[in-house]
Ligand binder design. Structure first.
Ligand code: NAD
Length: 434
């Protein structure tokens, strides 16, 4: 009989490429079936609460005016205010924003936070704009969204191509447009701010640390040492860099990296800090890094390694490349990097996947700490932050791991079951208004 892998591979060319929304819905429905989710709650969670699309003008450096389209999708707030990042990327559209908002709902629920899920961004390639233009785009986007976000309503954070500087502009714009007496009390309208502007010490590394910690706990549970284990990373931005940084400290070896510009490999190991400094001096690109050879884009996922960390965009591990992956562990730093067909192949091949909603949840946990700190007028030290983060992430990992073992499920389905059941409980207790 034909194996599932061969069958999916053969059919993959015939099937139209599915969007991220198809992906998240298939994951949701399979977990909903597993837990026998109440049909009314399945209906509620299958749709988004609000979808905001704003078109706004921005003056460019040359005096021309360009119109931008921004999105904010608020999926569900049964457990608390909407929470989730803003992305600046050409692939941002309503489908991507919906899917990413849904993933946030499951992620915040799984992490046991008092938040719902939201996501958004602007469809643009930030490399085409000056710093001044990006500042004006961000401020005007914030102004356009202002009535739909808020520190107790919807709290954005950084995502692909947005960072602490973007959040500082957003917070400043939002606060500047509030009545004077409310201004400083609104600092927690966004998280991921720079430490000097109400940000949290350690928020920068929180997501990458969580990815690393998930791998470390998995290794401990499987009696595996991370020393000299080879790992590859797709995306060498905030998440990819910090995950690599902590894994290298643990003795693991970075052997290949792919970013938006190209791919590199060195089986003897790439020094993380050297690559980081190189990208800083090379407009963010890893290409032509002197201590590695350039690699063909399509060969990246086939690189020899033990651990594979997709930490860039969605839909990267698919039926086209899942059968080539050499790693025994895929740790999802990005949101939605493995599509349903890719996942089937990985699981059939006995490869473990630490799912995004668990693996990269360090970011939203760090954001929650920042929000609490601002709300309570506190300032936390880095060691305090890291200890709290560590504890919270271990709890989540253990919860998912135990559920998956007990119910004989893969870790993604287990994570979804836990996340959805928490939201289901809230609806059952409160009922549906009126
Ligand atoms: P980032 O902008 O800091 O870095 C993105 C990296 O991905 C860059 O190295 C870029 O060159 C690379 N990249 C972009 N397009 C690519 C492509 N087509 N192929 C290969 N590489 C490509 O973004 P980030 O904050 O590190 O986010 C990365 C992923 O992690 C995203 O999926 C994001 O949603 C997810 N995530 C981020 C956080 C966070 O706290 N920043 C939290 C949870 C999840």
């Amino acid at each position: 009989m034909e194996t599932l892998t061969a069958e999916i591979k053969k059919n993959s060319k015939k099937v139209p490429v599915k969007g991220m929304m198809d992906n998240v819905m298939e994951q949701f429905n399979s977990a909903a079936d597993q837990i026998n989710l109440h049909p009314s709650i399945r209906k509620i969670l299958s749709i988004t609460n609000n979808e905001i699309i704003v078109n706004f003008p921005v003056k460019m450096d040359n005096g021309d005016v360009e119109i931008f389209r921004g999105y904010r999708v608020q999926h569900n707030n049964a457990l608390g205010p909407y929470k989730g990042g803003l992305r600046y990327h050409p692939t941002v559209d309503i489908d991507a924003a919906r899917a990413l908002a849904m993933w946030m709902t499951w992620k915040t629920s799984l992490a046991g936070l008092p938040y719902g899920g939201g996501k958004g961004g602007i469809q643009l390639d930030p490399s085409k704009y000056s710093q001044g233009e990006l500042e004006r785009i961000t401020r005007r986007f914030t102004f356009a969204l202002a009535d739909n976000i808020g520190p107790e309503h919807d709290i954005p954070a950084p995502d692909v191509n947005t960072n602490s500087q973007t959040m500082a502009w957003m917070a400043d714009t939002y606060m500047s447009t509030r009545p004077p007496a409310e201004r400083t009390a609104n600092q927690h309208v966004v998280t991921g701010k720079p430490a000097g502007s109400g940000g949290l010490e350690g928020r920068d590394r929180a997501t990458g640390y969580g990815v690393f910690l998930s791998i470390k706990i998995w290794a401990e549970k499987n009696n595996v040492s991370l020393k000299d284990k080879k790992f590859i990373v797709q995306g060498f931005g905030n998440v990819g860099y910090w995950a690599s940084y902590f894994l290298e400290k643990e003795g693991a070896k970075l052997v290949a990296v792919q970013d938006a510009f190209g791919s590199i490999e060195n089986q003897k190991g790439i020094v993380v800090e050297d690559l980081f400094n190189y990208t800083k001096a090379n407009k963010g690109s890893i290409v032509d890094f002197p201590d590695a050879k350039n690699l063909k884009k399509d060969n990246f996922f086939a690189t020899d390694c033990d651990i594979c960390i997709p930490a860039a965009l969605g839909n990267q591990i698919t039926a086209d490349n899942a059968s080539q992956i050499k790693a025994s562990l895929v740790a999802e730093g990005a949101n939605g990097p493995t599509n349903v067909e890719g996942e089937k192949i990985l699981l059939e091949r006995g490869i473990t996947i630490i799912p995004d909603i668990l693996c990269n949840s360090g970011g939203v946990v760090g954001s929650y700490f920042e929000w609490l700190q601002n709300r309570n007028g506190e300032l936390w030290q880095l060691d305090e932050v890291m200890a709290k983060l560590d504890k919270k992430l271990r709890e989540s990992f253990n919860k998912v791991y135990e559920y998956s073992q007990r119910e004989n499920l893969d870790m993604r389905t287990a994570a979804y079951c836990i996340a959805i059941q928490r939201i289901e409980r809230a609806y059952v207790e409160r009922g549906i208004f009126p």
